[in-house]
Design a protein around this ligand. Structure first.
Ligand SMILES: [Zn+2]
Length: 143
């Protein structure tokens, strides 16, 4: 996977993509309680992050929440100089993908981690991050 592909995918990431998910409010509620959650299909076990309300494999909406915890492996990252609409004020920031085995989580590297400490293959964890305006999101921190 080239860097360019990743950037295109990530341009869709953020508040904007979450608003299309029917379970958005539950996801945000969990974040406010300090837990990043994904969904798992009760029928086939397929896991989804970001959480989905329906399983595309069995077309069921019989889903349950699971916590995104433990360590994931940093598989790619990229520093953004140009962000999607709504994120211009945060630039520059670093987006990344963590591989948890059964699923992958994409998001941002915590802003207090210097670029030169990032290495593909390193272990990281997904953590809830409180924003100054009372909102919450999640970032990747060193494990
Ligand atoms: Zn399923």
């Amino acid at each position: 996977m080239g860097k360019k592909d990743v950037d295109v995918r990530f341009s869709k990431f953020g508040t904007v993509s979450f608003t299309s998910i029917t379970k958005t409010n539950d996801f945000i509620d969990s974040l406010e309680k300090g837990q990043v959650m994904g969904t798992r299909c009760k029928k086939c076990g397929q896991v989804f992050f970001p959480p989905r309300a329906d399983c595309f494999q069995c077309l069921t909406s019989d889903m349950e929440w699971f916590p995104v915890d433990g360590e994931g492996k940093l598989i790619t990252y990229s520093k953004l100089q140009y962000g999607p609409v709504g994120f211009e004020g945060d630039l520059p920031y670093t987006i990344a993908v963590l591989d948890y085995g059964k699923y992958r989580v994409f998001g941002r590297i915590a802003s207090d981690i210097p670029d030169d400490q990032l290495k593909v293959g390193m272990s990281m964890k997904t953590a809830v991050n409180s924003l100054p305006n009372g909102r919450v999101n999640y970032v990747f921190q060193k494990a």
